[in-house]
Design a protein around this ligand. Structure first.
Ligand code: AMP
Ligand code: GLY
Length: 425
């Protein structure tokens, strides 16, 4: 069946999803809400907030939308899946993403840790505390060795994890978090053992029964080269990941993916969508750092490059419980994305800078993240501006293509890292 798809979100991830959806033989029409200055090359932007469910309902009904793909976590944690499922008119329109209960895997770190404990999924030792049990938290900190990991339970725009070097500081940060450092998101705090290793992102698409594992990726979060400086939303990504070989992925499958899906079923949690496993390789053994209930950004920008499948067909398989029958292969080429960001990011930065060079022919696929279309042209509209994504036979050639493309693009204050993938073979 041909689908009219509504994609929710406005970042580089959504631009990459829109690019892939637009290539589908099963796409009738694509809307992106709200989208950005680049998503409108692949579909029609509509000025709707992903959190305004009433407005989304009106749009879905009036425009004959047959499928909703949720890019970011907020609408999922707020219950968009259940809002559709419980509505007489909307119930026939599938939402790709978990139910509100399933979204707790990302929406509550306390829930996620409890879930992993219940299902024997390898993860760091932890204790979850609130204002009434803060002394237990301080006692637990004394059973760990430095550094100390403290996580706000709820969503905190990616800023809710603090890693502190000393016990004194851990005690103080714990008090501050419980005192409202992240508002109500940190009224509960998960204290964790620090795990040492290299991280990767594994993406699983499931219809609740069967599943497919998408290309493995690794993102680079720090602003500076060599992974130094402040955390950002992501400065680049690569796929594949050399250490995520067959042996490692077999462990991920048997110890993490299958127990996660079995656990969801046993707890009667409806989950039809993407599961993002943030993993760490501890001496060859995969452990879960976190779950997310959506695709990663900027990982999606490389994963979509390597996904040889009709994405609408895959998503229809998710919605109808027939994912096992849908074809999917992985492109053997290497893919990288290098993020061009605004000067000053992740601190304060200016917006509205005119971007030149976007019309030049390029061998890269330039996904827009924080951009806006104006009468003067495309201008910057966020910290992360463009995700310059390229294929190559190896990492070096893929990176060289992205750098060549970047050399033709300019805006006032543009910055990018030149070492994406530096820690991998
Ligand atoms: P999260 O928001 O859960 O992804 O955490 C942000 C980052 O903190 C992760 O990507 C890891 O680099 C780091 N992190 C979180 N938990 C741990 C842990 N238990 N041990 C070491 N690093 C961690
Ligand atoms: N790249 C990490 C994330 O999307 O959360």
């Amino acid at each position: 069946m041909k689908h009219t798809v509504l994609l929710l979100g406005s970042g580089g991830r959504e631009c990459a999803l829109a690019w892939k959806l637009s290539q589908s033989a099963n796409l009738e029409k694509l809307y992106i809400a709200p989208g950005n200055g680049g998503t409108d090359r692949y579909g029609e932007n509509v000025a709707l907030s992903p959190l305004d469910f009433e407005a989304i309902k009106k749009f879905v009904v009036s425009h004959g939308v047959t499928m909703v793909l949720v890019g970011n976590e907020d609408p999922l944690v707020a219950g968009i899946y259940d809002y559709f499922a419980d509505d007489a008119v909307l119930a026939k329109v599938p939402v790709i993403g978990p139910s509100k209960a399933g979204a707790q895997l990302e929406g509550s770190k306390d829930f996620a840790k409890g879930f992993m404990e219940r299902h024997g999924i390898p993860t760091a030792r932890y204790l979850s505390v609130d204002a009434t049990t803060v002394e237990n938290g301080k006692a637990f900190l004394r059973t760990l060795s430095a550094p100390y990991v403290l996580k706000a339970d709820g969503l905190a725009a990616g800023k809710g994890v603090l890693i502190v070097p000393t016990l004194d500081e851990a005690d103080r940060v714990l008090d501050e978090m419980l005192g409202g450092m992240f508002g109500s998101s940190s009224s509960r705090v998960v204290i964790e053992e620090f795990l040492s290793g290299i991280e990767c992102s594994v993406f699983v698409l499931t219809d609740g029964t069967s599943y497919k594992v998408l290309p493995v990726a690794k993102d680079y979060k720090r602003i500076g080269e060599g992974d130094t400086g402040l955390n950002t939303g992501g400065m680049g990504a690569v796929s594949p990941v050399s250490f995520a070989d067959e042996e490692f992925m077999a462990k991920v499958d048997s110890r993490i993916i299958r127990p996660t899906l079995d656990g969801l079923r046993r707890e009667n949690i409806t989950y039809r969508g993407f599961i993002f496993l943030g993993l760490i390789n501890v001496g060859g053994e995969p452990m879960v750092i976190e779950y997310n209930v959506r695709m990663g950004d900027p990982e999606t920008e490389v994963v979509m490059l390597r996904l040889n499948a009709d994405l609408v067909d895959l998503l229809e398989g998710v919605a109808t419980g027939t994912l096992a029958d849908r074809a999917m292969a992985i492109d053997p080429r290497y893919a990288v994305t290098v993020m061009l960001v605004s000067g000053g990011y992740p601190g304060s930065y200016e917006k509205g800078k005119l971007i030149s060079g976007l019309a030049e022919p390029t061998r890269s696929i330039v996904f827009h993240a924080g951009t806006r279309r104006t009468d003067e042209g495309i201008v910057t509209a966020g910290g992360r501006v463009l995700a310059v994504s390229s294929y190559g036979d190896d990492k070096a050639s893929a990176l060289a293509t992205s750098f060549d493309t970047i050399s033709h693009i300019a805006f006032d204050g543009a910055y990018h890292r030149r070492d994406i993938g530096f820690d991998l073979k």
